[in-house]
Ligand binder design. Structure first.
Ligand SMILES: [Zn+2]
Length: 485
């Protein structure tokens, strides 16, 4: 399938070159020398193939693109992504992203950046996902630390060239330099993430060999870094830069470069439309916008793929993840601690974790424990957030409301110590604190947290997943059951 696509592409490139030669010597009628191209852009899909609310999932988005954008797979379109396809709800996370790649294959994506969460299940998994995908995963700024070579063994490409409607489009990928802090560091210990600008200059120069009409960048990079980057490389004549990672909804222009970001979770998308004059080799008109996924008629083939993964997920719920030596009520301090302690395992930079007291909703019974039991214990679609709080702010959060559960702190008779270092918690010092998304949104009366840190970071890791991983790691059995400390 993939080979077929590349053969087709080569053929199209040959045809495209001849069309360009003709355009200089022959008179075409009307706007025959003008080629149009529409880019439809998403990022931070994070496994939400079913949508965060009914009717706004992947199948509806593709339906909307058909209806509103006139999208067809053989039309003059490029479907691009800014990365972070998986890590989110169980339908994606339990299958390590396999379902999301199938969904994006079915939707017809053409290329993507590599997000930090693409590394969440290790390099072998990323290699399998890239192999499964009918579209390339691009990142020009990732190298093996030892050899300084692009990790092409994993299937990662720095750039690609596509032929659409007689236009040659060069597409370059970038991954966030923040990746080492935002995926499990063990997964990327052998890789380096290079600064964007020098890599971009080098890669655009390499692309010149294929004489692209348009140059696009797909970047898993937040706007705070992408805007200055676009300004700094204005001389490279990059037509479009798509971002990602910070879930911003953006359609704007910096100089001659259009910047897009789609929000996230398939809730919305961004688009750009180009009119390119073959005779003068230039963009003669461009428009761009950010749009909501208002929910088009569900595309049947995508809906079928999503339904299959839903069925797989339901089956998976009966999977055994451990054995308990006794029953633990949801109000049991030991169970509460096990949950909040497990969060500290997902972020080595985190100092403290805090979970609201009523977060646990069902007991774990003695004996065999299934995924369904853990879903019952932590039933909400919450993720883990990382926030930066001072010692004084932490004391305020701990003192407020319903005395939450915490990990990473040790209480002595008169003081609070940081478990990691054994040092006193200082009122003015800043600490990295993991909480759940419900708390960050002000749930259970925790409005102050988002005021203390307005830029809280959504790890996108489900708040249930670290406990599931911890339970599996215990390798328990009916004779070696888990007793919580
Ligand atoms: Zn990201």
């Amino acid at each position: 399938m993939r080979l077929f696509k590349y053969l087709l592409l080569s053929l199209l490139i040959l045809q495209g070159c001849s069309a360009q030669l003709h355009s200089s010597s022959e008179e075409f009628e009307g706007r025959a020398g003008v080629r149009e191209l529409t880019v439809l852009y998403s990022n931070d899909e994070h496994g939400w193939m079913e949508g965060t609310e009914p009717g706004r999932g992947a199948a509806n988005l593709l339906g909307l693109w058909h209806e509103k954008e006139g999208y067809s797979e053989d039309g003059s379109f490029l479907l691009l992504s800014g990365g972070d396809h998986w890590t989110g709800p169980a339908i994606s996370t339990w299958f390590e992203g396999e379902g999301m790649v199938e969904v994006m294959n079915t939707m017809g994506y053409d290329a993507t950046a590599i997000g930090n969460h693409e590394f969440d299940f290790g390099l072998d998994n990323l290699e399998q996902r890239i192999d499964q995908a009918n579209f390339p995963y691009l990142a020009a700024n990732i190298q093996w630390a030892a050899s300084e070579a692009l990790p092409s063994e994993l299937g990662i490409l720095a750039h690609t060239t596509m032929q659409v409607n007689d236009l040659i489009v060069g597409i370059i990928g970038l991954s966030t330099t923040d990746t080492p802090n935002t995926t499990n560091p063990i997964n990327i210990v052998d890789l380096s993430f290079l600064e964007y600008e020098p890599v971009l200059r080098e890669t655009v120069a390499q692309l010149e060999a294929s004489d692209p009409d348009l140059i696009f960048v797909v970047a898993h990079v937040c706007m705070a870094a992408l805007r200055p980057l676009a300004a700094a490389v204005a001389d490279l004549n990059i037509d479009l830069m798509g971002g990602g990672h910070c879930n911003e909804l953006v359609a704007e222009r910096v100089g001659d470069t259009i910047l897009l970001e789609s929000g996230g979770h398939f809730r919305s998308y961004a688009r750009a439309h180009f009119e390119y004059d073959l005779a003068s080799n230039s963009v003669i008109a461009a428009s761009f916008s950010a749009e909501q996924n208002e929910g088009g008629d569900s595309d049947e083939s995508v809906a079928q793929v999503v339904a299959n993964w839903r069925a797989e997920t339901e089956t998976e719920l009966s999977a055994v993840v451990g054995f308990m030596s006794r029953e633990y009520l949801e109000s049991d301090d030991r169970l509460q601690r096990a949950v909040v302690e497990s969060w500290l395992q997902i972020d080595s930079a985190a100092d403290i974790a805090i979970n609201n007291r009523r977060a646990l909703r069902a007991p774990l019974s003695r004996g065999e424990l299934t995924l369904a039991d853990v879903v019952g214990l932590l039933p909400f679609e919450n993720t883990v957030y990382a926030v930066e709080l001072t010692g004084a702010e932490i004391f305020q959060v701990l003192g407020e409301g319903q005395s939450p559960f915490f990990a990473g702190l040790v209480r002595t008779e008169n003081d609070w110590l940081l478990a990691k270092t054994g040092r006193l918690i200082e009122a003015s010092q800043t600490y990295r604190v993991l909480i759940n998304s419900f708390m960050y949104e002000g749930g259970a009366g925790y409005d102050a947290i988002a005021e203390f840190d307005t830029a809280g970071f959504d790890t996108e890791i489900h708040y249930r997943q670290p406990l599931v991983d911890w339970l599996i790691e215990q390798d328990s059995s009916s004779s070696q059951a888990i007793t919580l400390p």
